[in-house]
Design a protein around this ligand. Sequence first.
Ligand code: HEC
Length: 438
Amino acid sequence: MNCSALSSATFLFPLAHTAAPEVAVPRAVSGLAGAWTFDPLVVLGLLGSAWLYRRGTRAHRACLQAAGGTTECVGGLRRWEIVSFWAGWWTLVLAIVSPLHAWGGVLFSAHMTQHELLMLVAAPLLVLGRPLVALLFAIPRGDARQLASFAREPRWQALWRCLTNPLAAWIVHAFALWLWHVPRLYEATLRYEWLHHLQHACFFGSALLFWWALMHGRAGLRGFGAGVLYLFTTMMHSGLLGALILFSDTLVYPAYANTAPAWALTPLEDQQLGGLIMWVPAGLIYVIAALAMLAGWMRAGERPLSWQLAAAIPAARVPAILFCVLCLTGCSDRHREEAAALTGGDPKRGKHRIHELGCGACHTIPGVSGARGLVGPSLEGIADRNYLGGVLANEPQNLMSWLMDPPAHSPRTVMPNLVKSEEDARDIAAYLYTLRVR
Ligand code: HEC
């Protein structure tokens, strides 16, 4: 049971990991061919999911042949669904393993292409391939049944209903999309490979959720109308984001300023091309999906029952829950990610150092045990404060500088020089920036 739960997690989440791989940086077209990114965990996740899906489709075929269509295999996979899964899987390979990934590190427009492939091609194709059904066939029958009964527990059902509510999925997806395009956060993903992967996981994960909710959510007859609306509004807001980037006359993401010229584009042209890709081709995909949904709506008017079929397999809901939980835990620690991105430090280590250095003797510091000192100001909400020690603008560099030598900034302060290394300063600053008012 545990084992199958684990494998279903890799199955759905090939992008989640923490390792920091070496990414080759292509400098010219000739360098592209060799710039594959073989991150062990990504490759493992991809291979694992391919293996499971293939196992599932084989078992399904065997089941059909043996049972001649008894209830066990009903609701199984159709040929076009299988084709769709593999198309989605190869798109994932193209997006995160092929040189496109490394290319995105030096060219904004390539990066946008990669994101659109993840969110608008791979995600819907994989969802159409009904990987959860394949998964249920791939694991032993007993496990599948256990999983199914587990899925019927009321609290899972409630959580699942909440997660696959199209409006919730719409919001999560929109939030992920806009948040990760905030320039500071976006640029941090170019510096830290793990953050970059987190970004991709959020994009891809929230897109899976979005398409899932649209295609398999509590669709029914009314679902189609709502689906068209959700598609249309997503097209509008993501198009707006693309248009904002396209029409900006300053560089939104200056990190590409040095690397874009190697590709015969000025940085601004590169940015405009990226914005255009987000706006037009991506918008087209939403339009096509909306048209398909309209067609389904009309057909459903005639044969509403056929469309209830997918929703009728309760067991198929479990792995999706696991995946959603994974994605939510990945996305929930925003403050931590942001703080780390701002400072380049490790908040967790910072917290340890704060404890070890005894800052708590003078400061009250949320989250640090025993830190209830009253000599200095409480550090609660320090991230949202305007000034440090009343003298320095509250910016990452200033905070680190303050930590390393308070008297240099405020000669009469009683706060001593406790932080000796830059690494400590960075990590401590990272932790302090997780302390927000809200
Ligand atoms: C001996 C007491 C003392 C110790 C120990 C101490 N501080 Fe302070 N700290 C102060 C005082 C007092 C201030 C108020 C600023 C001033 O004096 O100008 C301050 C200010 C600060 C500020 C600016 C807060 C603000 O709102 O302006 C930060 C951040 C800070 N300390 C972090 C730390 C950290 C991290 C440590 C541990 C490495 C630490 N302090 C150790 C006394 C101390």
